[in-house]
Design a protein around this ligand. Structure first.
Ligand code: PGA
Length: 265
């Protein structure tokens, strides 16, 4: 019988950067090279680093990361269909074909700007998995929803409608990210208690649906104004397995400092 403490240690620690719509081609390559060099020089733990970049960077970043298994590359979105007449869109198969391993699904900026809802996001998760891409599925409540005391209901619904149709083998391929919308890019992080409380809730929901072992294995990242100063307190919480980092992922020193929080724990 493995103790819960050992399981906790076994859970993959992950820090994912989300560059959003920033950096031209040359700037992206330069930043990624800096990140890799710093990770090589400074990161001694087994934590995983994922960079989710714009589509134009994907192929080059995969090439730069080759042979260095600590760092993986992901996209920030895919279309829900296999292929076809969807001008301007990019498919999961295309993303996979350049060697990317991950894709963010359900980021609140896509939910808000492009009206992506839970049912559509379920389709995106499916097409990602079908094409061997691991989804980083983002959930989060708005400030209005939190103030109305609806935050647990919102997260529960996001999980139920986008994730719970998956089978056990599929759920193992998912990374979850809790990102309170009011905390993204605002400089306001959820308190460590609020974050841990929600991560514990999410893990319990997974346990109720897929069993405790699956819940103990799944990585749940926290996202929203994480920086080198606050990351240690946030990542110290038992149900927080790393972070999804926006603004601070655009500076290699800050980003790798966040990754390095796990070297100390
Ligand atoms: P932020 O973004 O770190 O800039 O708040 C996080 C995210 O949107 O993933």
């Amino acid at each position: 019988m493995i103790s819960p403490h050992v399981i906790l240690q076994m859970r993959q620690k992950t820090v994912a950067g989300n560059w959003k719509m920033n950096l031209d081609y040359q700037e992206g390559l330069a930043l990624f090279s800096e990140v890799i060099n710093r990770v090589k020089a400074e990161v001694t733990g087994i934590q995983q680093v994922i960079i989710c970049c714009p589509f134009i960077h994907l192929h080059a970043l995969v090439q730069l990361a080759q042979g260095f298994e600590k760092t993986a590359v992901g996209a920030q979105n895919i279309h829900q269909s296999e292929s076809g007449a969807h001008t301007g869109e990019v498919s999961a198969k295309m993303v996979r074909s350049v060697g990317a391993a991950y894709v963010i699904v359900g980021h609140s900026e896509r939910r808000q700007e492009f009206g992506e809802g839970n049912v559509l996001l379920a389709e995106k998760i499916d097409i990602a998995l079908k094409n061997n891409l691991k989804p980083i599925f983002c959930m989060g409540e708005t400030i209005k929803e939190r103030e109305a005391g609806k935050h647990f209901d919102v997260i529960s619904q996001q999980l139920t409608e986008s994730v719970f149709h998956l089978n056990e083998a599929q759920i193992d391929k998912l990374i979850l990210a809790y990102e309170p919308v009011w905390s993204i890019g605002t400089g306001i992080t959820a308190s460590t208690e609020q974050a841990q409380e929600m991560h514990f809730f999410i893990r319990n929901q997974i346990a109720a649906e897929y069993g405790q072992a699956a819940a103990d294995r799944i990585s749940i990242l926290y996202g929203g104004s994480v920086n080198p100063e606050n990351a240690a307190d946030i990542f110290a919480k038992p149900d927080i397995d790393g972070g999804l980092i926006g603004g601070a992922s655009l500076k290699s020193r800050d980003f790798v400092a966040i990754v390095n929080v796990f070297n100390r724990s």
